[in-house]
Design a protein around this ligand. Structure first.
Ligand SMILES: [Fe+2]
Length: 271
């Protein structure tokens, strides 16, 4: 397995023998690398659905979307993605499953259809361990103990700024969660838990809380913390969902861009 870092703080390209990749021979190394590098790109693997799941099971437990789907189409086309409306939230920085007690451990994407040239559609991953580490010590101290409410309503309002009552009621059938802003992980790293699901900061005025969230989001998504994946045929991208945020660069809603996504069950409740 050969690893080439794309930036000092985030992102690596991994060249690996296909059979080794699928067998789990490097499963431990890949999981460690994932925490160190946030995003791992595996070019030219051309994985089938079955192979993607086989690999996924070497590093975790596959999460079933909607109770039954191991693999999900990521597309803005409602004829291939029954949640196309909801998926538009992916244009904004977020953590998968941030409204859950234990957010997804990792997310993986295989490209099936590339966006047309010039359409956009890169995937960006921001390393929030590195962003936390780079904060001044007094700021780290000030953030300790701050809690943020996360909800589907918050992320959906970005794509539906004027929801109907029926839509609001539907958003509220999904769980909301209060998480600490600063997440101390079992492996010893600390990340910032931010993104589109942030609804409000508990115990602060809306104005003060929104400014804090805005300032930290801007901080954590600075160029040095962000890996940008420009998709090529056959690519497979894996990222550590718990110590990052990700988003898709804007692309047209009628684009043919299509990804197959698998997420891994969260293994660590936010503490
Ligand atoms: Fe996502």
């Amino acid at each position: 397995m050969q690893v080439r870092d794309t930036k000092p703080l985030v992102g690596s390209v991994v060249e690996i023998d296909r059979d080794d990749f699928l067998s789990g021979k490097y499963a431990q190394e890949i999981q460690e690398l994932l925490v160190q590098r946030s995003a791992l790109a595996f070019p030219g693997l051309f994985l089938t659905d079955e192979e993607q799941l086989r690999f996924a099971r070497t590093i975790g437990q596959v999460h079933l979307v909607g109770g039954d789907l191991e693999l999900q189409n990521i597309s803005m086309d409602p004829t291939v993605n029954r949640s196309a409306d909801y998926t538009r939230g992916a244009f904004f920085w977020h953590i998968d499953g941030a409204n859950d007690h234990a957010p997804a451990k990792a997310t993986m994407l295989s490209v099936r259809t590339l966006p047309a040239p010039g359409e956009g559609g890169d995937t960006l991953v921001a390393n929030t361990y590195a962003a936390y580490r780079a904060l001044p010590d007094d700021e780290k101290k000030a953030l300790e103990g701050i809690k943020v409410r996360h909800s589907l309503e918050a992320s959906q309002r970005l794509v539906r700024p004027q929801p109907t009552v029926a839509e609001m009621e539907r958003y509220r059938t999904y769980p909301s969660q209060t998480h600490p802003l600063v997440w101390h992980h079992r492996h010893g790293e600390t990340s910032l838990l931010l993104g589109a699901t942030c609804f409000y900061v508990e115990g602060m005025s809306i104005e003060e809380g929104n400014m804090l969230l805005c300032r930290l989001l801007e901080w954590a998504t600075q160029e040095q913390f962000v890996y940008r994946h420009q998709w090529q045929a056959g690519d497979f991208l894996l990222f550590d969902n718990t110590g990052t945020m990700h988003r898709a660069d804007e692309y047209p809603l009628d684009s043919k861009r299509l990804m197959r996504r698998t997420t891994l069950e969260g293994e660590e409740p936010v503490s």
